[in-house]
Design a binder for this molecule. Structure first.
Ligand code: ZN
Length: 189
């Protein structure tokens, strides 16, 4: 049997959440047959657990996962400070790369978004993901450069890739690392 934790909430339907290597069952107050709910979804749960396990194995070749998780936990407890430090760092990098690429941007926002590291708005503002506070400097640089390069080249076409690679010769590895961080950080939050 799979180990899981029951969380009772004022919800209409039962829901299973797999976070890292832990399984949570969120149920309405009146539900009692929790084991059978879990049993029915066993296949899905096991595949989720395996997915995290293999991610952890791959990522652990490059990232100290326990240290990262600790950093995130501490960071979230003083999120305001972490956010303002990130904004400072990102602003410096934006200014650096904006002058290098001879482009101009308007405003910088730090957002707690889950899906993207960053994005540029049609007005010329740049949004950065709060999770960037927890990635190494070199990856942060790549993300910032990527966004500012969009002020010159809209799409991820061949020229875009080539320009990125000029600046970051180890681009493939860096992008793989960014994916690991994205997956891990979404699990830790
Ligand atoms: Zn892009």
């Amino acid at each position: 049997m799979i180990e899981y934790k029951v969380i009772r909430r004022r919800v209409k339907y039962s829901r299973i959440v797999v976070k890292k290597d832990r399984v949570f069952l969120i149920v309405p107050w009146f539900v009692t047959n929790t084991d059978s709910i879990i049993r029915k979804k066993k296949k899905w749960i096991v595949s989720k657990l395996k997915e995290f396990e293999s991610l952890r194995t791959d990522a652990s070749r490059h990232i100290d996962i326990n240290a990262l998780e600790k950093k995130v936990r501490e960071g979230l407890s003083r999120a305001g400070y972490v956010r303002s430090e990130l904004k400072k760092k990102v602003t410096e990098l934006c200014d650096l790369y904006a002058s290098l690429l001879q482009v101009g941007y308007r405003k910088i926002f730090i957002r707690s978004q889950r899906t993207k590291w960053a994005s540029v708005s049609s007005r010329g503002n740049i949004n950065f993901n709060f999770n960037l506070a927890f990635v190494p400097e070199r990856l942060l640089k790549l993300v910032v450069y990527h966004e500012l390069l969009h002020f010159r080249i809209k799409n991820h076409n061949r020229e875009f890739k080539a320009r990125l690679k000029d600046q970051f010769p180890d681009l493939d590895l860096l992008e793989r690392l960014l994916n690991y961080y994205a997956l891990l950080l979404n699990q830790f939050r």
